[in-house]
Design a protein around this ligand. Structure first.
Ligand code: SF4
Length: 369
């Protein structure tokens, strides 16, 4: 994991400016890709910066002080984000997740949430507007986020033990502060709250049971995420992946679990409930149980590139269209064409060696998880 990352601006393959088709389409109507997967979720990364350096996402030795973070001028403005989001909503998106980097670092994020919360589905329903955070600023911001119209939050927490937590996020940040953020979010009604724990073998897997015990008998849903080969900087190895089946086995040996049905088609987590009725956990198994067959997620990067897969090696530059004066109809037609042509299924194709592929995968801190 020594190789220095080529600055984003130099990664030419990431910069495809879409050609506007001659025949424009109506900017509404549901879309399905080449595998009949509907466009349902839009994840929007609103900053490439973070105050953590999680080893599986933004390892410190790569994302150091000299790393070329995006200048503010290249970020989509709140007006541009809302305009693009409205085009996706007109095509069937019902859920918008704000991500980063750490989205709560984006100045006046509440203003953006207010603008997005005002959007409605074509039949007048409110969107499922949610946000994924590392929880570091949540205690301070929970009420304002709720007041702005945010519906729910997902909080990343990779350990209860402070030393293990600090090893995972590689900054000196205490678990208690994140737990206070979760409590504050619960108090103001930003629920149901999900807690995401990335499990990296040999680093924090000893925390699986303490985490499961801690969040049992609480309103929070703890999800265990298999360590993934996102981007090209985390030095991923298959033998550091703890399969979800093993996670369930470990917990069930101590606190019996039963499988339960998904909330909706395309849900990333497999759900399990405590047999004694005291709560639910989830496992997200991109490595050992790929879920590409009903993946309905599009991703918009901080500077307006559309990605159709978390493990993509190229994106489509919608910002260029926004700033070149293209109309909503033109941009909407481009989105429709991109989604219809989508055939991504990286997790189905992944092997122990796919991470050695020459092509650079986009960094998770750039398009959000
Ligand atoms: S690997 Fe890509 S296509 Fe498969 S589930 Fe993940 S984001 Fe979707």
């Amino acid at each position: 994991m020594t190789e220095k990352i080529i600055p984003l601006a130099d990664q030419r393959y990431l910069n495809r400016i879409p050609i506007v088709p001659a025949h424009l389409e109506a900017p509404t109507g549901l879309l399905a890709d080449t595998r009949a997967r509907p466009l349902h979720d839009l994840r929007i990364s609103i900053t490439d910066r973070c105050n953590f350096r999680c080893v599986y996402c933004m390892p410190k030795e790569v994302f150091d002080k000299d790393y070329p973070y995006l200048p503010h001028s290249s970020l989509l403005t709140f007006e541009e984000i809302t305009r693009v989001a409205s085009l996706f909503v007109a095509h069937g998106v019902e859920k918008i997740r704000l991500t980063g980097g750490e989205p709560l670092l984006r100045k006046n994020v509440e203003k953006l949430i207010e603008m997005l919360a005002a959007l409605r589905t074509p039949d007048g329903r409110e969107l499922d507007l949610t946000l994924t955070t590392n929880g570091s600023l949540l205690a301070r911001k929970a009420q304002a986020l709720k007041d702005a119209g945010l519906k729910r939050v997902t909080v990343s927490l990779d350990a209860l033990d402070d030393a293990v937590f600090k090893k995972m996020n590689d900054v000196d940040f205490a678990v208690t502060d994140v737990l206070e953020g979760i409590e504050a979010a619960h108090r103001v009604g930003l629920g149901p709250i999900k807690i995401n724990m990335v499990v990296k073998g040999g680093m924090n897997d000893q925390e699986i049971l303490p985490m499961a015990r801690h969040f049992k008998d609480t309103p929070y849903v703890l999800r265990f995420i298999e360590y993934m080969d996102v981007g090209t900087s985390n030095g991923w190895k298959m033998d550091e992946v703890i399969p979800s089946a093993e996670v369930v086995r470990r917990i069930s040996a101590d606190m019996p679990l039963e499988p339960i049905a998904p909330n909706y088609t395309g849900e990333t987590a497999n759900r399990w409930r405590h047999a004694d009725g005291s709560g639910e956990i989830g496992v997200i198994s991109s490595v050992t149980q790929a879920f590409c067959s009903d993946c309905s997620r599009a991703r918009l990067s901080t500077e307006g590139k559309l990605y159709t897969c978390l493990f993509a090696t190229g994106g489509h530059d919608l910002r260029a269209l926004l700033r070149n004066g293209n109309s909503d109809e033109e941009i909407s037609t481009v989105i429709a064409h991109i989604w219809r042509a989508r055939d991504d299924r990286y997790s189905e194709l992944r092997t122990a060696n796919t991470s050695e592929l020459k092509e650079r995968k986009v960094e998770m801190s750039y398009i959000g998880g």
